[in-house]
Ligand binder design. Sequence first.
Ligand code: ACO
Length: 550
Amino acid sequence: MDTHSSHLAASNRSRSSQSPSPSHSASASATSSIHKRKLASEDHAPPFPPSSFSADTRDGALTSNDDLESISARGGGADSDSDDESDALVDDDEEDFDNDSSMRNFTAARLDNSGASAVARNSKLKTENATVKNESSDGAKDGGGTTGTGAVGPTVAGGSVPGIMVKEDATKIFTENIQTSGAYSAREESLKREEEAGRLKFVCLSNDGIDEHMVWLVGLKNIFARQLPNMPKEYIVRLVMDRSHKSVMVIRRNHVVGGITYRPYVSQRFGEIAFCAITADEQVKGYGTRLMNHLKQHARDVDGLTHFLTYADNNAVGYFIKQGFTKEIHLEKDRWHGYIKDYDGGILMECRIDPKLPYTDLSTMIRCQRQAIDEKIRELSNCHIVYPGIDFQKKEAGVPKKIIKVEDIPGLREAGWTPDQWGHSRFGALSASTDSGRKHLTAFMRVLLKCMHDHVDAWPFKEPVDARDVPDYYDIIKDPMDLKTMLKRVESEQYYVTFEMFVADAKRMFANARTYNSPDTIYYKCSTRLEAHFQSKVQSGLQAGAKIQQ
Ligand SMILES: CC(=O)SCCNC(=O)CCNC(=O)[C@H](O)C(C)(C)COP(=O)(O)OP(=O)(O)OC[C@H]1O[C@@H](n2cnc3c(N)ncnc32)[C@H](O)[C@@H]1OP(=O)(O)O
């Protein structure tokens, strides 16, 4: 026995615990209230446009101050009660979105990092499975000029090899793993479906005086005012209503969910993102990403821009990085310097707009790429083929009931195994690959076991630990080992086909004792001393064997 009940709560014992990962949802919401982004100017209503460029020359159409003031007055009027109104609008929308259960499930799962809601997590998996199924069926429908599923593994085409099946779920496992890291496609596809169903739209507007547009712009201004509390409200109004700025907005059932206000510097072919926000209870659901994708597509196709620059709030840097922004500015300085306004507490970030990417349909592109990669893997590997299991019933001490020839194990040869690898040992002769090798190996292991058994510190290891004496032992030690079990394995002459396997069992036996027991215990000390003894015997035995062979 390698333990004692008085050491049940050994101090060196540690259990892994699942600590909740930080939730973006939490951080995103938190950032709302501690927003630090400020204009560099001390003045809370800085001159606009910034003095570094002339107001009306570059990209035209700056609204006059009169315009701004009048709009400001309208905005101001709305402003007094607009925050509430804005929130009310969002609340009203909740019902409308209930149709999209996949989105809800997904969101619930993402927001639940506490581990409390197993239901939500299951929903997430279901959603992802559903997505994968769609992918497969789409792929099948398309044909897509690619080789079909059945054509990939030559040995299994048409299921012609008896007892072998293609693991259809391999695709699922592969894609599920990808999707859990970001779940980008799932969210994008879900929002795209909402758009196609007409429940969601993305518009790009500037102050054009049309009533409906003005209502949306005021709604967006209110979201900015709430989500960017350190930004002077007057400044937000000025930029949102300024006619040289444009705003891409998410509109759900005629209400604004969020948006990005930017200024396109058409002659310089870059745009400056002034504000970006999603209303508090809709954050971290993918709107920010889809919004940015719409913005990039619009800015490229309509404004002819190649880059975006923004002073990202410290708390939002993570979001911008996920949208392809970097802190390194590659755009030539003379293209942007003097055009954009400095902000305190913000980090200048850049994003290059790809000239070709279908930004609003990235999920389809990703799906096609994933499918192509998966098919390529199937061409190059057999990992999708699942062979029937082998009948590997064990007797006592884990010794197999029936000897199975290695070459009879289904799939082993197909995986690249060759008979010369059988029983291969770095200890040369100490392997069971030949009759003489097996005898030699068994004899050596017997000697080593006897050496251990006769040692004064062997007493805790002679028998398996009795769970009646140490009730929690097998909760902690999942792979128990003892000298008696090792002896049974040696005497079976089937178990240890290499010397390494024997040494591994011995090492596990010693390690178990040190895992369960604390260093000040006799069990721990016996384990250390017996292991040293074992190692010295192995060493001298190997050296003697080597000499005999010479
Ligand atoms: C120039 C400026 O305006 S800087 C100020 C930016 N605005 C704010 O900080 C206001 C408060 N925050 C918000 O309004 C929103 O959270 C936004 C605009 C930052 C992001 O919009 P969301 O709809 O929440 O983003 P979305 O759901 O698409 O998330 C995309 C990814 O970014 C991550 N993310 C979102 N917000 C943040 C954040 N603040 N920090 C780090 N990562 C974030 C999400 O977890 C998600 O990651 P994943 O794809 O690995 O799952």
